[in-house]
Design a protein around this ligand. Sequence first.
Ligand SMILES: O=P(O)(O)OC[C@H]1O[C@](O)(COP(=O)(O)O)[C@@H](O)[C@@H]1O
Ligand SMILES: [Mg+2]
Ligand SMILES: [Mg+2]
Length: 333
Amino acid sequence: MTRKNQTLGEFIIENQKDFPYASGELSRLINSIRLAAKMVNHEVNKAGLVDITGAVGETNVQGEDQQKLDVLANETFINTLTNREIVCGIASEENDEFITIKGQKNDHRNNYVVLMDPLDGSSNIDVNVSVGTIFSIYRRVTPSGTPVTIEDFLQPGNLQVAAGYIIYGTSTMLVYTTGNGVNGFTLNPALGTYYLSHPNMQFPEDGNIYSVNEGNYVHFPQGIKDYIKYCQEEKDDRPYTSRYIGSLVSDIHRNMIKGGVYLYPNTAKSPNGKLRLLYECNPMAFIAEQAGGKASDGFRRILDIKPTELHQRTPFVCGSKNMVEKVESFMQK
Ligand SMILES: O=P(O)(O)OC[C@H]1O[C@](O)(COP(=O)(O)O)[C@@H](O)[C@@H]1O
Ligand SMILES: [Mg+2]
Ligand SMILES: [Mg+2]
């Protein structure tokens, strides 16, 4: 149930009844993500004034140069979740292995695992372009009271109990779903409170924005090349507008509001694409579908892919339903 000017805290409590297990554990978990996001937002807003831009000189399991803000955001979320007795395990883009959280009584009693991309759009940190955080939540499959195993993390996206993102942009927003639609909350920085600003977000079925890094055009599969040509054709409501921020969260957020499709295809260089299935594509696909949109790898529904590795990648097509289906038709041709 949504109400104008409802705060995120009120919304979480009032909608707790939607959760079959309703122990309050998931509500406390989302509340903790809300808190950690505020801490990261505070740091992001100071980028350029304090020493949090640039690289730390380490590379992560993806072989990427870790940015200072990647590490700061990673530590902030891990510490906030660990200290609040709500998760039994965390997997992050910035950690090679998953982290087991025993809980204060060392009894592995907690029931949820979180998978996250603590700072999305790292290439935009130093240039003051919007970045984000992405999170995906599952109920563990191994028995409570035992240490989590990789099985708790390698669940298909259609088993997510909640997913969302935070966008640190012109304003800071937290957008999430628990399987009952998508709602967006804007942070009032003066009060430190998130307010419901975008109730029941919906992807328009059609749009005229396509988002892809055309710099990789020559390496794209023929189907994607044909789709891009289709977008640029002078015909009907085309040419479409090309918009690409280079932060997945920001590109999907814009397209969800205005109508559009985001593509990160596979290329000869990266046969499985760049984006990570577990903590980038699955949560954004859950959000997209809950908002009436669609997400696939060009052939398969992202949420039905059975993961095999923590940091596996997948080609990604996500956005307005009819536009994703158009891309798929070009791919399958
Ligand atoms: O620079 P490219 O190759 O277009 O990649 C941009 C994509 O990579 C990402 O930055 C990957 O995410 P991280 O910044 O979390 O590693 C996405 O946010 C973005 O959509
Ligand atoms: Mg990312
Ligand atoms: Mg990242």
